[in-house]
Design a protein. Structure first.
Length: 309
């Protein structure tokens, strides 16, 4: 009589590799996702379209608003400031949407950071051209912002692992200031908002303050007093939207400088603290990366001992 053979199963009770499934990564509160899971045999990817997640759609709208504000930047200070401000405020909305709808993604986190860096850089480039005497200062701020964030991200990926966000800081390594800055969303949003507000106020002053811009039309209705090196008068250059004459005419709209000066004074301490944090971030990231270099060189047996004769 033939006996029916039963399929053997592993004696330790484990499930064969072909049927293993990996639990989805848990999202983090700061808008970044955890480390990517490795798909095993029999595992299937979801058909979710990451690009159409609500936080990412908000991110796209930020990009569009920023581009439109840059178009109006040379000639329409009020319109540009309004659009630029809305784009900055949406930075907080996409983070809330990511947590609310559980749609935190690495793509969204990178999109958010890249948008921040690009918009601020473009505004500082305009300020460098509007205030040629201080262009070295604005160029330094651009360099500091880009270098600080790039060093922090690269160091975090190299030393902390590919799934770790640059906002996940250790107080023992990065200090209490960096810890509060990256872990307290209120502090992070406030400092970033004050930083952008200062640059927006300075942008408005380039159209409204004769103290900073000697070529502006004076309050008594007098013509602009051109000085060597200043933009040409409207009568000297054909007033196309991108000409120096058009810039001069736009500045002749008598935009009041009182509010921009108040905004600049209120936001200046926050801007200064934000730049100091950028310096601290750059220094700490450099030290952490150098620690990894020393550990790797020690592992490789470097420096090699010189042979004595």
């Amino acid at each position: 009589m033939a006996t029916r053979r039963r399929r053997s199963s592993p004696s330790n009770g484990t499930i064969p590799a072909a049927t293993k499934t990996a639990s989805p990564p848990r999202s983090r509160a700061n808008g970044t996702a955890g480390a990517p899971r490795i798909l095993e045999t029999g595992d299937e990817m979801t058909d979710e379209n990451i690009f159409l997640f609500i936080p990412n759609l908000i991110g796209y709208s930020r990009v569009v608003l920023a581009i439109v504000s840059l178009y109006y930047m040379p000639l329409h200070p009020r319109r540009c400031s309004f659009l630029y401000t809305i784009s900055c405020l949406l930075d907080a909305l996409d983070g809330m949407a990511a947590r609310r709808f559980e749609q935190s993604t690495r793509f969204g986190a990178v999109l958010d950071m890249v948008t921040d860096r690009c918009t601020t850089t473009c505004l500082l480039v305009f300020l460098a051209s509007a205030f040629p005497r201080w262009s070295i200062l604005f160029q330094g701020l651009i360099s500091l912002d880009l270098a600080s964030h790039y060093m922090q991200m690269y160091t975090t990926l190299t030393m902390g692992g590919t799934g770790k966000s640059h906002k996940k800081v250790d107080e023992r390594r990065h200090g209490w200031l960096m810890t509060i800055y990256y872990t307290n969303t209120t502090v992070l949003f406030t400092l970033c908002a004050l930083n952008e507000l200062f640059f927006i106020a300075f942008y408005l002053l380039s159209f409204s303050s004769p103290t900073l811009m000697p070529t502006l039309v004076q309050a008594g209705g007098e013509g602009s007093t051109l000085q060597p090196g200043s933009p040409a008068a409207p009568s000297m250059v054909w007033t196309t939207p991108w000409s120096a004459g058009a810039m001069e005419m736009a500045r002749a709209n008598k935009l009041d400088s009182t509010v921009p000066w108040i905004l600049a004074g209120i936001s200046a301490p926050g801007m200064a603290l934000k730049q100091y944090i950028n310096i601290v971030q750059l220094v700490n990231a450099s030290k952490w990366l150098s620690e990894g270099d020393r550990a790797q060189r020690k592992k490789d047996g470097l420096p090699r001992m010189k042979k004595t004769r």
